[in-house]
Write a protein that binds this ligand. Structure first.
Ligand SMILES: N[C@@H](CCC(=O)N[C@@H](CSC=O)C(=O)NCC(=O)O)C(=O)O
Length: 296
């Protein structure tokens, strides 16, 4: 029997967008997830198709990326699946979880919490990597969410993508990000979430901070040459120029004298903001980037 409940099936670009929910052992809540199956996905044959995992930003649900990124359009053209997880547990019943838009519900920060009252539920790192991706492979056998998968994301999700990629060399074939929070340990969004979910010991924060992880990164064993991380950020992104939350240049700087020295392909694009208009504009370039690494 399937562990997923199908809440809705929507025809989209000749494929299907499935809106699913399931009971999670990592978060001890029901979790929503959207999966886009392109027309090339056939349950009846043995041909597995590649996957792009899209991690969304603060306040998002699985709907934002599915509705506004344009990823399903390119997935339909090129023949890959897309997974859109949620950004936190919902309805865990923890006091204070719904009081702020940048912490608690919609802001799980893709970590495994270490402290009360969050650690029972706020375990998005394990949820995505150890529970969701394996479960999808079991239930959608031709969707290769284990061995032929790349990762991308936006803002908090862009940070999540780079962090998961650097912590798990060889798990993902490639990594890109839109306006990622690159140095969360030193910016207000990261300090708030890391402080609450991980506690006061900053050595625990650094285990999730791309600017620290990159120093120890040994390289992706799946890529023989030309490993890169592609990043776009808009010059008119207020969370960058006004609030200094993203710090993408810190990642370029931190990469010096590491395996990724000169390999953080940071593109600052004139006039763009932080929105899904920005994301969808550069999605085609990110898709082409990932398709160079994914096996078709
Ligand atoms: N509510 C906030 C703005 C929140 C916001 O802009 N969230 C971004 C991600 S920010 C970093 O992770 C987002 O993706 N929003 C959803 C969307 O569909 O645009 C405020 O009022 O400032």
């Amino acid at each position: 029997m399937s562990k997923f409940t199908i809440k809705e099936t929507i025809s989209l670009f000749d494929g299907k967008l499935l809106k699913l929910s399931h009971e999670s052992t990592s978060t001890k809540t029901s979790m929503d997830v959207n999966i886009y199956l392109p027309p090339q996905y056939e349950e009846s044959n043995n041909k597995e198709i590649p996957v792009i995992l899209y991690l969304a930003g603060l306040t998002c649900s699985p709907q934002n990326g599915a509705e506004k990124s344009f990823l399903p359009y390119f997935a339909s053209k090129k023949g890959f699946g897309v997974i859109f997880p949620d950004t936190s547990p919902r309805g865990a019943g923890i006091k204070g979880e719904d009081e702020n838009w940048d912490f608690g519900t919609g802001a799980g920060f893709y970590v495994d919490s270490l402290v009360e009252p969050w650690k029972e539920n706020y375990n998005m790192y394990s949820y995505i990597l150890k529970e969701l991706l394996p479960l999808i492979k079991i239930e959608f056998k031709n969707l290769d969410s284990i061995n032929n998968i790349s990762i991308t994301g936006h803002s908090m999700g862009g940070y999540g993508a780079i962090m998961m990629y650097l912590r798990n060399p060889g798990k993902f074939k490639s990594c890109s990000a839109f306006a990622p929070i690159c140095n969360p340990s030193i910016v207000p969004w990261g300090e708030k979430c890391f402080g609450n979910y991980l506690g006061n010991d900053k050595s625990e924060w650094y285990k999730y901070d791309p600017c620290y992880l990159i120093k120890e990164y040994l390289g992706n064993p799946l890529i023989k040459n030309d490993e890169k991380i592609l990043i776009h950020v808009g010059s008119k992104d207020p969370f960058d120029f006004r609030d200094n939350q993203l710090r993408c240049k810190n990642l370029v700087e931190s990469a010096k004298n590491t395996k990724l020295d000169g390999k953080i392909d940071l593109k600052i694009v004139e006039g763009y903001d932080h929105s899904y208009y920005f994301i969808s504009t550069f999605v085609p370039e990110h898709v082409e980037f990932h398709l160079k690494y994914l096996t078709k």
